[in-house]
Design a protein around this ligand. Sequence first.
Ligand SMILES: Cc1ncc(C[n+]2csc(CCO)c2C)c(N)n1
Length: 228
Amino acid sequence: MSGLEYGSTFALWRDGSQAEWRAFVHHPFVEGLSDGTLPRAAFLHYLVQDYVFLVHFSRAWSLGVVKAETLDEMKVCAGTVDALVNHEMALHVETCAAEGIGEAALFEAPEAFETLAYTRYVMDAGLQGDFLDLMAALAPCCFGYGEIGARLAREAPTDAPYRTWIDTYNGAAYQDAMIRVGEMIDAALARRLGPEPAHAPRWPYLQQRFATATRLETAFWDMGLRGG
Ligand SMILES: Cc1ncc(C[n+]2csc(CCO)c2C)c(N)n1
């Protein structure tokens, strides 16, 4: 991958956190999704926690609407909230329903510390900081799953047991939405930091937020594996 699929800011952030990024996108949990060796119990444990994660992530994207400075930023953030609460969580609800776990149980699921740490870190980035701090903390989730979905769609066998998960994140709807998020983030940085955002004094702080959120993604996979 050239790293430019989701915009130039993401490419810079990813290059600035290479070790953390690799640990996230090549995690054993991801390789298990690809070759089908991931235990079903680990997948379901992950999926229940991911539902809780998405509830709080929707709140964080809603904060993006509050912190936005342009209508385009509001549109992308509001569109992501809509996609999450009205569409994306359906993958979780349907897969869990097939295993006898209802939506009320999902909503009530006790939150793992890893879920709590990651979602509240992102929320705090947005509350303490501004729109850019929030986007730096949200970016690994968007582009990481986009990258993983695209790679696994190429590498995994067509009849892989976790194909529905893979196809969801490799799907055109998801990939197009992430491209749009990447464009919006590039414009948001240019607007606030000028044409060379990486030279701005606060760039290292944004890079650090991206790195921390990436480490929290890795911890989330670790938590999934322990549930197996
Ligand atoms: C732990 C975890 N990280 C990332 C995603 C993927 N994701 C969650 S919210 C969102 C934004 C727009 O849809 C994306 C891409 C996930 N499901 N679970």
